[in-house]
Design a protein around this ligand. Structure first.
Ligand code: DQA
Length: 146
């Protein structure tokens, strides 16, 4: 079965509590349940994880390369400045694996500092602005490309 790591960065463990007008009322546990359902329908073997720690996120990207797992990555604020995360993400796509950059909100419709993604140029593609549905669209893209 095709393996996919769904990786969520800092503050996404606070979904449901954190700025619900921007990120919606679903919690991270709701996100995990929804992703598990969508993955089962698409025949994908998913593992959903969240961390506030950049080093942990980088380690998970290395793990994806070594395990030949595709990745749906919501880098959260790291999107906008983490060259270390970008270098790790580049290893995923250079290994021939799909890496979809995912955002709940549409960063381009928000503050100027969110208009830059250092991850986008090394991702296979980006899905942003559809709330939890962004994750479903990312999984569909991975299922279509595998
Ligand atoms: C986010 C957008 C980022 O700008 C922000 O820092 C986040 C969440 C999103 O999913 O919309 O933490 O990645």
């Amino acid at each position: 079965m095709t393996r996919v790591l769904v990786l969520n960065g800092p503050n996404l463990g606070r979904l449901g509590v954190r700025e619900p007008e921007v990120y919606g009322s679903a919690t991270h546990a709701d996100l995990v349940d929804a992703v598990a359902r969508w993955a089962a329908d698409l025949g994908l073997d998913v593992d959903v994880r969240q961390t506030d720690d950049e080093a942990v996120l980088i380690g998970w990207l290395h793990e994806a390369v070594d395990a030949a797992a595709h990745v749906a990555l919501n880098p959260a604020a790291f999107t906008h400045y983490s060259y270390a995360l970008r270098d790790a993400a580049a290893q995923v796509t250079h290994a021939g694996l799909v890496l979809v950059e995912v955002h709940l909100s549409n960063p381009y419709a928000r503050e100027a500092f969110r208009h830059v993604s250092v991850i986008g140029p090394v991702a296979t593609g980006t899905v942003a602005g559809f709330g939890l549905e962004s994750y479903r669209l990312a999984l569909e893209a991975i299922a279509a490309r595998r």
